[in-house]
Design a protein around this ligand. Structure first.
Ligand code: NAP
Length: 486
Protein backbone atom coordinates (compact mmCIF):
# COMPACT_ATOMS: atom_id res chain seq x y z
CA UNK A 1 0.00 0.00 0.00
CA UNK A 2 1.50 3.34 -1.09
CA UNK A 3 1.65 6.25 1.27
CA UNK A 4 -0.31 9.28 0.05
CA UNK A 5 1.50 12.55 0.62
CA UNK A 6 0.91 16.21 1.29
CA UNK A 7 1.36 18.63 -1.60
CA UNK A 8 3.32 21.71 -0.54
CA UNK A 9 5.06 24.23 -2.78
CA UNK A 10 4.70 21.98 -5.80
CA UNK A 11 6.17 18.88 -4.11
CA UNK A 12 4.55 15.71 -2.83
CA UNK A 13 6.02 15.22 0.61
CA UNK A 14 5.36 13.26 3.78
CA UNK A 15 4.39 15.04 6.98
CA UNK A 16 7.44 16.76 8.49
CA UNK A 17 7.14 14.45 11.51
CA UNK A 18 6.94 11.39 9.24
CA UNK A 19 3.65 10.43 10.93
CA UNK A 20 0.96 8.68 8.90
CA UNK A 21 -2.62 7.70 9.49
CA UNK A 22 -4.65 4.80 8.06
CA UNK A 23 -7.90 5.25 6.26
CA UNK A 24 -10.28 2.28 6.05
CA UNK A 25 -13.47 1.80 4.08
CA UNK A 26 -16.71 2.38 6.00
CA UNK A 27 -18.11 -0.66 4.18
CA UNK A 28 -15.38 -3.01 5.33
CA UNK A 29 -12.84 -2.36 8.05
CA UNK A 30 -10.51 -4.91 6.40
CA UNK A 31 -10.28 -2.70 3.31
CA UNK A 32 -7.34 -0.33 3.82
CA UNK A 33 -7.90 2.58 1.43
CA UNK A 34 -4.53 4.17 2.08
CA UNK A 35 -1.96 5.61 4.46
CA UNK A 36 -1.88 9.37 4.57
CA UNK A 37 0.33 12.11 5.92
CA UNK A 38 -0.70 12.93 9.50
CA UNK A 39 0.21 16.60 9.38
CA UNK A 40 0.76 19.03 12.20
CA UNK A 41 1.63 22.71 12.77
CA UNK A 42 4.93 22.47 10.89
CA UNK A 43 3.21 21.20 7.73
CA UNK A 44 0.45 23.80 8.01
CA UNK A 45 3.09 26.53 8.37
CA UNK A 46 4.99 25.30 5.33
CA UNK A 47 1.78 25.20 3.27
CA UNK A 48 0.77 28.70 4.36
CA UNK A 49 4.26 29.97 3.54
CA UNK A 50 4.08 28.44 0.06
CA UNK A 51 0.60 29.88 -0.60
CA UNK A 52 1.78 33.29 0.61
CA UNK A 53 4.88 33.26 -1.60
CA UNK A 54 2.94 32.09 -4.65
CA UNK A 55 0.19 34.70 -4.40
CA UNK A 56 1.92 37.79 -5.89
CA UNK A 57 2.74 35.99 -9.15
CA UNK A 58 -0.50 33.98 -9.38
CA UNK A 59 -2.75 36.98 -8.90
CA UNK A 60 -1.20 38.64 -11.95
CA UNK A 61 -1.39 35.62 -14.27
CA UNK A 62 -3.88 36.31 -17.03
CA UNK A 63 -7.42 35.03 -16.63
CA UNK A 64 -6.83 33.00 -19.79
CA UNK A 65 -3.85 31.22 -18.22
CA UNK A 66 -5.91 30.35 -15.13
CA UNK A 67 -8.81 29.22 -17.30
CA UNK A 68 -6.53 27.00 -19.38
CA UNK A 69 -5.15 25.28 -16.29
CA UNK A 70 -8.65 24.65 -14.93
CA UNK A 71 -9.75 23.28 -18.33
CA UNK A 72 -6.75 21.00 -18.43
CA UNK A 73 -7.38 19.79 -14.87
CA UNK A 74 -10.99 19.06 -15.88
CA UNK A 75 -9.80 16.98 -18.84
CA UNK A 76 -7.31 15.09 -16.67
CA UNK A 77 -9.94 14.39 -14.01
CA UNK A 78 -12.41 13.33 -16.69
CA UNK A 79 -9.94 10.71 -17.90
CA UNK A 80 -9.77 9.32 -14.35
CA UNK A 81 -13.48 9.42 -13.45
CA UNK A 82 -13.99 5.67 -13.25
CA UNK A 83 -10.96 5.07 -11.02
CA UNK A 84 -11.54 8.06 -8.76
CA UNK A 85 -15.28 7.35 -8.53
CA UNK A 86 -14.41 3.88 -7.30
CA UNK A 87 -11.91 5.21 -4.78
CA UNK A 88 -14.51 7.71 -3.59
CA UNK A 89 -16.95 4.87 -2.99
CA UNK A 90 -14.36 2.82 -1.10
CA UNK A 91 -13.39 5.79 0.99
CA UNK A 92 -16.75 7.46 1.68
CA UNK A 93 -19.27 4.66 1.19
CA UNK A 94 -21.77 6.16 -1.25
CA UNK A 95 -22.72 3.84 -4.10
CA UNK A 96 -20.47 3.49 -7.13
CA UNK A 97 -23.02 5.29 -9.31
CA UNK A 98 -23.00 8.18 -6.84
CA UNK A 99 -19.19 8.12 -6.55
CA UNK A 100 -18.80 8.35 -10.30
CA UNK A 101 -21.57 10.97 -10.45
CA UNK A 102 -19.83 13.12 -7.86
CA UNK A 103 -16.49 12.91 -9.66
CA UNK A 104 -18.26 13.91 -12.88
CA UNK A 105 -19.67 16.89 -10.99
CA UNK A 106 -16.14 17.95 -10.01
CA UNK A 107 -15.19 17.95 -13.72
CA UNK A 108 -18.22 20.12 -14.55
CA UNK A 109 -17.31 22.55 -11.78
CA UNK A 110 -13.73 22.92 -13.02
CA UNK A 111 -15.06 23.64 -16.52
CA UNK A 112 -17.64 26.10 -15.22
CA UNK A 113 -15.00 28.14 -13.36
CA UNK A 114 -12.59 27.97 -16.29
CA UNK A 115 -15.33 29.84 -18.17
CA UNK A 116 -16.19 32.09 -15.23
CA UNK A 117 -12.54 33.22 -14.93
CA UNK A 118 -12.98 34.97 -18.29
CA UNK A 119 -16.27 36.68 -17.50
CA UNK A 120 -16.47 40.44 -16.86
CA UNK A 121 -15.21 41.31 -13.41
CA UNK A 122 -16.16 44.69 -11.99
CA UNK A 123 -18.47 47.38 -13.30
CA UNK A 124 -18.33 50.74 -15.00
CA UNK A 125 -20.36 53.61 -13.45
CA UNK A 126 -21.34 57.07 -14.64
CA UNK A 127 -19.50 59.69 -12.58
CA UNK A 128 -20.70 63.08 -11.33
CA UNK A 129 -17.81 64.43 -13.35
CA UNK A 130 -18.28 63.77 -17.06
CA UNK A 131 -14.55 63.30 -17.65
CA UNK A 132 -13.98 60.81 -14.81
CA UNK A 133 -13.59 57.16 -15.63
CA UNK A 134 -15.27 55.46 -12.65
CA UNK A 135 -15.26 51.70 -12.31
CA UNK A 136 -14.79 48.80 -9.92
CA UNK A 137 -12.32 45.94 -10.04
CA UNK A 138 -12.72 42.60 -8.34
CA UNK A 139 -9.38 41.57 -6.89
CA UNK A 140 -8.33 38.29 -5.29
CA UNK A 141 -8.08 38.09 -1.50
CA UNK A 142 -4.81 36.19 -1.00
CA UNK A 143 -4.05 32.80 0.57
CA UNK A 144 -7.32 31.07 1.51
CA UNK A 145 -7.91 28.13 3.87
CA UNK A 146 -10.29 25.58 2.34
CA UNK A 147 -11.73 23.18 4.93
CA UNK A 148 -14.11 20.50 3.69
CA UNK A 149 -16.32 17.69 5.08
CA UNK A 150 -16.24 14.00 4.17
CA UNK A 151 -19.70 13.66 2.63
CA UNK A 152 -18.87 15.20 -0.79
CA UNK A 153 -15.14 14.57 -0.76
CA UNK A 154 -14.41 15.71 -4.31
CA UNK A 155 -17.34 17.97 -5.32
CA UNK A 156 -17.08 20.34 -2.34
CA UNK A 157 -13.30 20.80 -2.69
CA UNK A 158 -13.92 21.46 -6.39
CA UNK A 159 -16.60 24.08 -5.80
CA UNK A 160 -14.36 25.94 -3.35
CA UNK A 161 -10.92 25.53 -4.93
CA UNK A 162 -11.89 26.09 -8.58
CA UNK A 163 -13.36 29.59 -8.01
CA UNK A 164 -10.61 30.48 -5.53
CA UNK A 165 -8.01 29.80 -8.24
CA UNK A 166 -10.05 31.18 -11.13
CA UNK A 167 -10.18 34.58 -9.43
CA UNK A 168 -6.47 34.64 -8.54
CA UNK A 169 -6.23 33.38 -4.95
CA UNK A 170 -3.89 30.73 -3.58
CA UNK A 171 -5.10 27.87 -1.38
CA UNK A 172 -4.21 25.73 1.60
CA UNK A 173 -6.60 22.78 1.48
CA UNK A 174 -7.36 20.71 4.57
CA UNK A 175 -9.81 17.91 3.73
CA UNK A 176 -11.78 15.85 6.26
CA UNK A 177 -9.64 13.21 7.97
CA UNK A 178 -12.07 10.55 6.81
CA UNK A 179 -11.67 11.27 3.07
CA UNK A 180 -8.11 12.29 2.21
CA UNK A 181 -7.85 10.06 -0.91
CA UNK A 182 -10.29 12.15 -2.96
CA UNK A 183 -8.45 15.29 -1.87
CA UNK A 184 -5.16 13.84 -3.12
CA UNK A 185 -6.78 12.87 -6.43
CA UNK A 186 -8.26 16.33 -6.95
CA UNK A 187 -4.96 18.08 -6.23
CA UNK A 188 -3.11 15.61 -8.49
CA UNK A 189 -5.32 16.72 -11.39
CA UNK A 190 -4.47 20.37 -10.73
CA UNK A 191 -0.77 19.64 -10.31
CA UNK A 192 -0.70 17.53 -13.49
CA UNK A 193 -2.44 20.38 -15.31
CA UNK A 194 0.58 22.60 -14.64
CA UNK A 195 -0.58 24.72 -11.72
CA UNK A 196 2.49 26.68 -10.53
CA UNK A 197 4.15 25.59 -7.28
CA UNK A 198 2.52 26.92 -4.10
CA UNK A 199 -0.78 27.94 -5.70
CA UNK A 200 -2.59 24.94 -4.19
CA UNK A 201 -1.22 23.19 -1.12
CA UNK A 202 -2.73 20.09 0.46
CA UNK A 203 -2.32 19.22 4.12
CA UNK A 204 -4.01 16.01 5.25
CA UNK A 205 -4.48 14.99 8.85
CA UNK A 206 -6.55 15.67 11.90
CA UNK A 207 -8.16 19.00 12.68
CA UNK A 208 -6.84 18.59 16.23
CA UNK A 209 -3.31 19.20 14.86
CA UNK A 210 -3.88 21.32 11.75
CA UNK A 211 -7.02 23.43 12.21
CA UNK A 212 -5.74 25.94 14.75
CA UNK A 213 -2.44 26.77 13.00
CA UNK A 214 -4.29 27.06 9.70
CA UNK A 215 -7.24 29.20 10.74
CA UNK A 216 -5.40 31.45 13.20
CA UNK A 217 -2.49 32.38 10.96
CA UNK A 218 -2.65 36.05 9.92
CA UNK A 219 -1.31 35.17 6.46
CA UNK A 220 -4.58 33.30 5.78
CA UNK A 221 -6.86 36.10 4.62
CA UNK A 222 -10.06 34.09 4.29
CA UNK A 223 -11.52 30.76 5.41
CA UNK A 224 -14.13 28.83 3.46
CA UNK A 225 -15.61 26.02 5.52
CA UNK A 226 -18.29 23.39 4.97
CA UNK A 227 -19.17 21.17 7.89
CA UNK A 228 -20.97 21.02 11.20
CA UNK A 229 -22.64 23.92 13.00
CA UNK A 230 -20.46 23.29 16.06
CA UNK A 231 -17.19 23.81 14.19
CA UNK A 232 -18.77 26.66 12.23
CA UNK A 233 -19.58 28.43 15.52
CA UNK A 234 -15.95 28.10 16.66
CA UNK A 235 -14.69 29.46 13.33
CA UNK A 236 -16.96 32.51 13.61
CA UNK A 237 -15.06 33.47 16.78
CA UNK A 238 -11.63 32.76 15.28
CA UNK A 239 -12.33 34.73 12.12
CA UNK A 240 -14.02 37.65 13.90
CA UNK A 241 -11.17 37.95 16.40
CA UNK A 242 -8.55 38.49 13.70
CA UNK A 243 -10.71 39.99 10.95
CA UNK A 244 -10.52 37.12 8.44
CA UNK A 245 -13.18 36.79 5.76
CA UNK A 246 -15.33 33.73 6.51
CA UNK A 247 -17.75 31.60 4.55
CA UNK A 248 -19.69 28.87 6.36
CA UNK A 249 -21.89 26.19 4.80
CA UNK A 250 -23.43 24.17 7.59
CA UNK A 251 -26.15 21.66 8.44
CA UNK A 252 -29.79 21.26 7.44
CA UNK A 253 -33.09 19.76 8.64
CA UNK A 254 -34.73 19.80 5.27
CA UNK A 255 -38.50 19.40 4.90
CA UNK A 256 -40.49 17.88 2.05
CA UNK A 257 -44.11 19.03 2.31
CA UNK A 258 -46.66 16.73 0.69
CA UNK A 259 -50.09 18.30 0.18
CA UNK A 260 -53.31 16.31 -0.27
CA UNK A 261 -53.45 17.10 -4.00
CA UNK A 262 -49.91 15.88 -4.73
CA UNK A 263 -49.18 13.11 -7.21
CA UNK A 264 -48.52 10.44 -4.60
CA UNK A 265 -46.21 8.19 -6.62
CA UNK A 266 -44.12 11.13 -7.77
CA UNK A 267 -43.85 12.50 -4.23
CA UNK A 268 -42.94 9.06 -2.86
CA UNK A 269 -40.09 8.65 -5.32
CA UNK A 270 -38.63 12.07 -4.54
CA UNK A 271 -39.09 11.89 -0.78
CA UNK A 272 -37.45 8.46 -0.59
CA UNK A 273 -34.57 9.47 -2.87
CA UNK A 274 -34.12 12.77 -1.07
CA UNK A 275 -34.00 11.06 2.31
CA UNK A 276 -32.09 7.89 1.55
CA UNK A 277 -29.59 8.31 -1.29
CA UNK A 278 -25.99 8.58 -0.10
CA UNK A 279 -27.37 6.94 3.07
CA UNK A 280 -29.00 10.26 3.96
CA UNK A 281 -25.59 11.89 4.41
CA UNK A 282 -26.21 14.99 2.33
CA UNK A 283 -26.59 18.43 3.85
CA UNK A 284 -29.65 18.76 1.58
CA UNK A 285 -31.13 15.32 2.45
CA UNK A 286 -34.83 15.22 3.25
CA UNK A 287 -35.13 14.73 6.98
CA UNK A 288 -38.81 15.59 7.60
CA UNK A 289 -41.80 14.54 5.47
CA UNK A 290 -44.51 17.03 6.45
CA UNK A 291 -47.69 15.43 5.14
CA UNK A 292 -51.33 16.56 4.95
CA UNK A 293 -53.22 14.60 7.60
CA UNK A 294 -55.76 13.34 5.04
CA UNK A 295 -52.94 11.57 3.23
CA UNK A 296 -50.61 10.84 6.13
CA UNK A 297 -51.54 7.20 6.92
CA UNK A 298 -51.57 6.08 3.29
CA UNK A 299 -48.38 8.01 2.48
CA UNK A 300 -46.55 6.69 5.55
CA UNK A 301 -47.49 3.11 4.68
CA UNK A 302 -46.27 3.52 1.12
CA UNK A 303 -43.07 5.20 2.31
CA UNK A 304 -42.45 2.31 4.70
CA UNK A 305 -42.95 -0.26 1.93
CA UNK A 306 -40.47 1.51 -0.36
CA UNK A 307 -37.93 2.15 2.36
CA UNK A 308 -37.99 -1.49 3.49
CA UNK A 309 -37.38 -2.59 -0.11
CA UNK A 310 -34.17 -0.54 -0.52
CA UNK A 311 -31.15 -2.75 -1.02
CA UNK A 312 -28.50 -2.13 1.64
CA UNK A 313 -25.07 -3.51 0.90
CA UNK A 314 -21.57 -3.20 -0.52
CA UNK A 315 -21.56 0.20 -2.23
CA UNK A 316 -19.32 -1.15 -5.00
CA UNK A 317 -21.99 -3.70 -5.95
CA UNK A 318 -24.10 -2.39 -8.86
CA UNK A 319 -27.43 -3.35 -7.26
CA UNK A 320 -26.79 -1.66 -3.93
CA UNK A 321 -28.92 1.42 -3.25
CA UNK A 322 -27.80 2.24 0.30
CA UNK A 323 -24.19 1.93 1.43
CA UNK A 324 -22.76 2.31 4.92
CA UNK A 325 -22.72 5.41 7.06
CA UNK A 326 -19.35 7.03 7.47
CA UNK A 327 -18.07 5.44 10.67
CA UNK A 328 -18.89 3.40 13.72
CA UNK A 329 -19.65 6.52 15.77
CA UNK A 330 -22.25 7.64 13.22
CA UNK A 331 -23.91 4.19 13.14
CA UNK A 332 -24.17 4.04 16.94
CA UNK A 333 -25.41 7.63 17.19
CA UNK A 334 -28.16 7.07 14.60
CA UNK A 335 -29.50 3.95 16.30
CA UNK A 336 -29.49 5.78 19.63
CA UNK A 337 -31.33 8.78 18.10
CA UNK A 338 -34.04 6.52 16.67
CA UNK A 339 -34.42 4.68 19.95
CA UNK A 340 -34.70 7.99 21.88
CA UNK A 341 -37.32 9.25 19.39
CA UNK A 342 -39.30 6.03 19.85
CA UNK A 343 -39.16 6.45 23.64
CA UNK A 344 -40.45 9.97 23.13
CA UNK A 345 -43.56 8.82 21.24
CA UNK A 346 -42.56 8.49 17.58
CA UNK A 347 -43.36 5.15 15.91
CA UNK A 348 -40.61 3.22 14.09
CA UNK A 349 -42.31 1.85 10.96
CA UNK A 350 -39.20 0.80 9.03
CA UNK A 351 -35.60 0.03 10.00
CA UNK A 352 -34.32 1.44 13.27
CA UNK A 353 -31.34 -0.86 13.68
CA UNK A 354 -27.93 -1.85 12.34
CA UNK A 355 -27.58 -4.19 9.36
CA UNK A 356 -24.78 -6.63 10.09
CA UNK A 357 -25.61 -9.88 8.32
CA UNK A 358 -22.71 -11.63 6.57
CA UNK A 359 -19.99 -9.38 5.18
CA UNK A 360 -21.91 -6.28 6.23
CA UNK A 361 -20.81 -6.98 9.80
CA UNK A 362 -17.40 -5.61 8.76
CA UNK A 363 -18.90 -2.18 7.97
CA UNK A 364 -21.10 0.51 9.47
CA UNK A 365 -24.51 -0.19 7.98
CA UNK A 366 -27.77 1.25 9.31
CA UNK A 367 -31.16 0.12 8.00
CA UNK A 368 -33.09 2.85 6.16
CA UNK A 369 -35.43 4.09 8.84
CA UNK A 370 -38.88 5.69 8.87
CA UNK A 371 -40.52 7.19 11.94
CA UNK A 372 -44.21 8.13 12.03
CA UNK A 373 -45.89 10.72 14.26
CA UNK A 374 -42.72 12.71 14.89
CA UNK A 375 -43.45 15.74 17.09
CA UNK A 376 -42.22 18.91 15.33
CA UNK A 377 -40.57 20.20 18.51
CA UNK A 378 -38.87 16.90 19.43
CA UNK A 379 -35.17 16.31 18.85
CA UNK A 380 -36.04 14.10 15.84
CA UNK A 381 -38.16 16.98 14.52
CA UNK A 382 -35.49 19.63 15.09
CA UNK A 383 -31.95 18.28 14.75
CA UNK A 384 -29.94 17.07 11.76
CA UNK A 385 -29.57 13.25 11.82
CA UNK A 386 -27.18 12.92 8.86
CA UNK A 387 -28.09 9.32 8.10
CA UNK A 388 -30.83 7.24 6.43
CA UNK A 389 -33.54 8.39 8.85
CA UNK A 390 -36.78 10.12 7.85
CA UNK A 391 -39.55 11.36 10.16
CA UNK A 392 -43.17 11.93 9.14
CA UNK A 393 -44.98 14.91 10.67
CA UNK A 394 -48.74 15.09 9.95
CA UNK A 395 -50.27 18.59 9.54
CA UNK A 396 -53.74 20.03 8.86
CA UNK A 397 -53.02 22.30 5.90
CA UNK A 398 -50.38 24.16 3.88
CA UNK A 399 -50.11 27.00 6.40
CA UNK A 400 -49.35 24.64 9.26
CA UNK A 401 -46.95 22.73 6.99
CA UNK A 402 -44.92 25.86 6.23
CA UNK A 403 -44.99 26.94 9.86
CA UNK A 404 -43.65 23.52 10.96
CA UNK A 405 -41.09 23.55 8.13
CA UNK A 406 -39.80 26.93 9.32
CA UNK A 407 -39.74 26.02 13.02
CA UNK A 408 -36.11 24.81 13.05
CA UNK A 409 -32.80 26.65 13.36
CA UNK A 410 -31.71 25.50 9.88
CA UNK A 411 -32.77 26.77 6.45
CA UNK A 412 -30.85 24.94 3.76
CA UNK A 413 -33.29 23.30 1.30
CA UNK A 414 -37.03 22.52 1.15
CA UNK A 415 -39.52 20.86 -1.19
CA UNK A 416 -43.24 21.08 -1.79
CA UNK A 417 -45.32 18.48 -3.65
CA UNK A 418 -48.59 19.85 -5.04
CA UNK A 419 -50.51 20.48 -8.27
CA UNK A 420 -51.76 23.84 -6.96
CA UNK A 421 -49.78 26.72 -8.48
CA UNK A 422 -51.08 29.23 -5.94
CA UNK A 423 -49.91 27.11 -3.02
CA UNK A 424 -46.57 26.56 -4.73
CA UNK A 425 -46.05 30.31 -5.13
CA UNK A 426 -47.04 30.97 -1.49
CA UNK A 427 -44.59 28.27 -0.36
CA UNK A 428 -41.74 29.78 -2.39
CA UNK A 429 -42.40 33.13 -0.71
CA UNK A 430 -42.85 31.89 2.87
CA UNK A 431 -40.34 29.08 3.21
CA UNK A 432 -37.09 29.93 5.00
CA UNK A 433 -34.62 28.01 2.86
CA UNK A 434 -31.79 28.97 0.54
CA UNK A 435 -32.68 26.28 -2.02
CA UNK A 436 -36.36 25.65 -2.79
CA UNK A 437 -37.88 22.90 -4.93
CA UNK A 438 -41.44 22.41 -6.14
CA UNK A 439 -42.24 18.81 -7.10
CA UNK A 440 -38.64 17.60 -6.79
CA UNK A 441 -36.44 16.34 -3.97
CA UNK A 442 -34.64 18.56 -1.48
CA UNK A 443 -31.19 17.27 -2.50
CA UNK A 444 -29.28 18.34 -5.56
CA UNK A 445 -27.38 21.44 -6.61
CA UNK A 446 -26.52 22.49 -10.13
CA UNK A 447 -23.10 24.16 -10.33
CA UNK A 448 -24.18 27.24 -12.31
CA UNK A 449 -26.59 28.60 -9.66
CA UNK A 450 -26.04 29.92 -6.13
CA UNK A 451 -26.06 27.32 -3.36
CA UNK A 452 -26.36 27.85 0.39
CA UNK A 453 -28.73 28.12 3.29
CA UNK A 454 -30.65 30.66 5.34
CA UNK A 455 -30.66 30.97 9.14
CA UNK A 456 -28.26 28.55 10.87
CA UNK A 457 -27.32 26.76 7.63
CA UNK A 458 -24.78 29.30 6.42
CA UNK A 459 -23.13 32.65 6.99
CA UNK A 460 -25.48 34.42 4.54
CA UNK A 461 -23.02 33.82 1.73
CA UNK A 462 -23.61 31.60 -1.28
CA UNK A 463 -21.30 29.22 -3.08
CA UNK A 464 -21.24 28.13 -6.73
CA UNK A 465 -22.46 29.90 -9.84
CA UNK A 466 -21.67 33.58 -10.15
CA UNK A 467 -22.07 33.97 -6.37
CA UNK A 468 -18.65 32.44 -5.79
CA UNK A 469 -17.05 35.67 -7.05
CA UNK A 470 -18.55 37.51 -4.05
CA UNK A 471 -16.59 35.48 -1.52
CA UNK A 472 -13.38 34.90 -3.43
CA UNK A 473 -12.78 38.53 -4.46
CA UNK A 474 -12.85 42.00 -2.96
CA UNK A 475 -13.92 45.25 -4.63
CA UNK A 476 -11.64 48.14 -5.53
CA UNK A 477 -13.30 51.37 -6.75
CA UNK A 478 -11.22 53.35 -9.22
CA UNK A 479 -11.57 57.05 -10.18
CA UNK A 480 -9.41 58.10 -13.13
CA UNK A 481 -9.38 61.73 -14.14
CA UNK A 482 -7.46 63.22 -17.01
CA UNK A 483 -4.48 65.36 -15.94
CA UNK A 484 -5.12 69.11 -16.12
CA UNK A 485 -4.52 70.54 -19.61
CA UNK A 486 -1.02 72.05 -19.92
P1 NAP B 1 -17.10 18.63 10.74
O1 NAP B 1 -16.85 17.64 11.81
O2 NAP B 1 -17.48 20.01 11.14
O3 NAP B 1 -15.76 18.63 9.85
C1 NAP B 1 -15.66 19.40 8.68
C2 NAP B 1 -14.22 19.77 8.44
O4 NAP B 1 -13.78 20.64 9.47
C3 NAP B 1 -13.24 18.58 8.47
O5 NAP B 1 -12.22 18.81 7.54
C4 NAP B 1 -12.70 18.64 9.89
O6 NAP B 1 -11.45 18.02 10.02
C5 NAP B 1 -12.60 20.14 10.09
N1 NAP B 1 -12.58 20.58 11.48
C6 NAP B 1 -12.98 19.90 12.60
N2 NAP B 1 -12.80 20.68 13.69
C7 NAP B 1 -12.29 21.86 13.25
C8 NAP B 1 -11.92 23.08 13.90
N3 NAP B 1 -12.03 23.24 15.21
N4 NAP B 1 -11.47 24.10 13.13
C9 NAP B 1 -11.36 23.97 11.79
N5 NAP B 1 -11.69 22.83 11.13
C10 NAP B 1 -12.16 21.80 11.85
O7 NAP B 1 -18.23 18.13 9.73
P2 NAP B 1 -18.38 16.73 8.99
O8 NAP B 1 -18.83 15.72 9.96
O9 NAP B 1 -17.17 16.46 8.18
O10 NAP B 1 -19.55 17.06 7.93
C11 NAP B 1 -20.88 16.90 8.20
C12 NAP B 1 -21.57 18.25 8.36
O11 NAP B 1 -21.30 19.04 7.21
C13 NAP B 1 -23.07 18.14 8.43
O12 NAP B 1 -23.56 19.00 9.43
C14 NAP B 1 -23.53 18.59 7.05
O13 NAP B 1 -24.84 19.08 7.00
C15 NAP B 1 -22.52 19.64 6.75
N6 NAP B 1 -22.48 19.89 5.31
C16 NAP B 1 -22.97 21.08 4.84
C17 NAP B 1 -22.97 21.35 3.48
C18 NAP B 1 -23.47 22.67 2.95
O14 NAP B 1 -23.13 23.01 1.82
N7 NAP B 1 -24.27 23.41 3.69
C19 NAP B 1 -22.48 20.40 2.58
C20 NAP B 1 -21.99 19.19 3.10
C21 NAP B 1 -21.98 18.95 4.47
P3 NAP B 1 -11.30 16.55 10.66
O15 NAP B 1 -12.03 15.64 9.74
O16 NAP B 1 -9.84 16.32 10.68
O17 NAP B 1 -11.90 16.63 12.02
Amino acid sequence: MDELLNYINGEWRPAASGATTENRSPADHDDLVGRFAASDREDANAAIGAATDAFPAWRFTSALTRANILHKAANILEGRIQDIGRELTREEGKTLKEGIGETTRAVQILRYYAGEAQQPSGEHYPSMSPTTLLYTLREPLGPIAVITPWNFPIAIPAWKIAPALAFGNTVVFKPASLTPMCAVRFVEALADAGLPAGVVNLVTGSSSKVAEPLTNDPRIVAITFTGSNEVGAALRKTAAARGAKLQLELGGKNPAIVLADADVDHALLHVVNGAMMSAGQKCTATSRAIVDRRLADEFTQKLADRIKSLKVGDPLHPETQIGPVIDEGAAKRLVAEVSAAASGGAKVVAGGDRVSNGDLGRGHFVAPTLLADVAPDSRMGQEEMFGPVLGVIPVDDVDEAISVANSVRFGLSASLFTRDLGKALSFVQAIQAGVVHVNSETAGAEPQVPFGGMKGSSSFSREQGKSAREFFTQVKTVYIDPPPAQ
